[in-house]
Write a protein of this length. Structure first.
Length: 212
């Protein structure tokens, strides 16, 4: 097994917990309040800015032209996600420039920022891969079974083969650049736990639109 396959396998219980999380189940059923979803999108947009910054740090630190091209493509993929979030925000009157990050959001962005500042390229990959692989997994798991069109756009975005290709690209980069397997395992596991904490925070967000 590759490093990325091993780390994903070793976090299988966290991935399963995310798939069965009340937030994800409510989203798939279409029963999640529209306002709560909008608040989640605002938090996720704040997170994605930091995620894009970590890709930029990996791009700057990578000396391999092939790796640099891959990181640039992945960074562009985050911009596509941010455009999707901006379209939600525009529809629902959410000012993404005025987002107050929750503790769970700040914990995740602080982890990414610290990894980008002090870690090598392999460690940055280990910190970012869980987000991409988990969302691809959730999109593909929900796509056949979701019972509402309410959040179909979110589900189809992460079920799309193009998003799977981005996740697989980051996994290949992790396999290529991770030199310290123990450090990579620690970072990967931390990121998976932070993903679950993000959903925990999202299900408890106030069911009202944040005001600009």
């Amino acid at each position: 097994m590759t490093i990325s396959q091993t780390l994903w396998r070793d976090s299988a219980e966290l991935a399963s917990a995310a798939r069965q999380h009340p937030f994800v189940l409510a989203l798939a059923a279409g029963s999640l309040e529209r306002e709560r979803f909008a608040a989640y999108i605002a938090q996720d947009a704040f997170f994605l800015e930091s995620f894009a910054g970590t890709y930029a740090a990996a791009l700057a630190a990578c000396a391999d032209p092939v790796g640099r091209e891959a990181f640039a493509s992945l960074r562009d993929g985050v911009q596509e996600e941010l455009r999707l979030h901006a379209s939600y925000a525009g529809r629902w009157g959410v000012d993404l420039s005025q987002v107050e990050p929750l503790p769970a959001t700040l914990a995740y962005t602080t982890f990414l920022d610290a990894t980008a500042a002090t870690g090598d390229v392999g460690l940055m990959c280990a910190a970012m891969t869980p987000c991409m692989r988990l969302y691809a997994y959730l999109g593909q798991a929900l796509a056949p079974d979701h019972s509402s069109d309410r959040y179909a756009e979110w589900i189809t975005t992460y079920a799309d083969p193009e998003f799977e290709a981005l996740a697989a690209t980051l996994e290949r980069l992790l396999d290529t650049y991770a030199d310290d397997i123990d450090q990579a395992r620690t970072a990967y596991r931390r990121a998976m736990a932070l993903e679950l904490a993000f959903f925990d925070a999202a299900i408890h967000l106030p069911a009202e639109l944040p005001q600009p």
